[in-house]
Ligand binder design. Structure first.
Ligand code: DGL
Length: 266
């Protein structure tokens, strides 16, 4: 590792990993960032498990060879809940995954009714169900697979309009009542969803605490590679690589530029 300037690879199926990149950059503005979005295969939510493992391993191995990162962040719940063992078996680089923040949700909920909003893949995973069993045994947990919410977030970052109605329909099943009790905490178990937070708050039938795992991921990054050196400043020379080789609409380029990233070659 270059002690002064680590290279950090942040990976997602699309733009969702930007919500994880933000607090990591705040903690380590001095690092060199490579952001990889596997847009050629977006969305991951409905991909068969064996395909997803093979795909993520292939992309990460290629990018790890090319950029020799000091640390890899899999900023995608759908991938992390499945492929971390296979990745760790193949790569000697430290890898941080992003898994549903069920433990902090259960710690905070007063009504003991929490919902987990995620892709179909994440909702089905043994990993997710084990987290519920281990950390939320005394809560009523509603698992909600939001079929199109990640795609709606992609649409917004591409600069296109999304109706509140479309978002409301995706999140409605996460709001549950049981007599006088109701859901008070919702886990955003897909990194795309915090991109929609203003809309989520606007359309929610009642106020809830939304749990975003990103700050905890950034703390883990600092545990592994240390704090930024005193007086460190951002260099903004990061690369954003999208495997889909799509047109980069202006809004999307701005979203990356605001985070110190410029489009890089696949
Ligand atoms: N951002 C991803 C996650 O955290 C998944 C979106 C998708 O590809 O379906 O699960």
């Amino acid at each position: 590792m270059s002690a002064s300037r680590p290279t950090i690879l942040v990976f997602d199926s699309g733009v969702g990993g930007l919500t994880v990149l933000d607090p990591i950059r705040a903690a380590r503005p001095d690092a060199f960032y490579v952001y990889v979005g596997d847009t050629a295969f977006f969305p991951y939510g409905r991909m068969p498990e064996e395909h997803l493992i093979a795909r993520v391993v292939a992309v990460i191995e290629t990018m790890a060879t090319r950029f020799t990162p000091d640390l890899i962040v899999i900023a995608c719940h759908t991938a992390s809940t499945l492929v971390l063992p296979a990745l760790r078996e193949r790569l000697a680089i430290p890898i941080i995954g992003t898994v549903p923040a069920i433990k902090p949700a259960a710690e905070q909920s007063k009504s003991r009714m929490i919902s987990v909003l995620a892709t179909e893949g994440t909702v089905k995973r043994d990993y997710t169900n084990a987290l519920i069993r281990d950390f939320a045994g005394d809560c009523a947990v509603t698992l909600v697979s939001a079929r199109d919410l990640a795609s709606l977030a992609e649409t917004v970052l591409h600069g296109d309009a999304v109706s509140d109605e479309a978002i409301r329909a995706e999140i409605a099943p996460a709001f549950v009542t049981d007599g006088a009790r109701r859901t008070d905490t919702i886990v955003l178990a897909c990194t795309h969803y915090p991109l929609l937070l203003p809309a989520l708050e606007r359309v929610a039938p009642w106020p809830v605490t939304w749990i975003d795992p990103a700050p905890a991921i950034a703390r883990r990054v600092v545990q592994l590679i240390g704090d930024a050196p005193a007086g460190a400043i951002g260099v903004n020379d990061g690369l954003a690589i999208l495997t889909g080789a799509e047109d980069w609409p202006k809004t999307l380029i701005s979203a990356f530029n605001e985070r110190g990233l410029s489009p890089g070659a696949i």
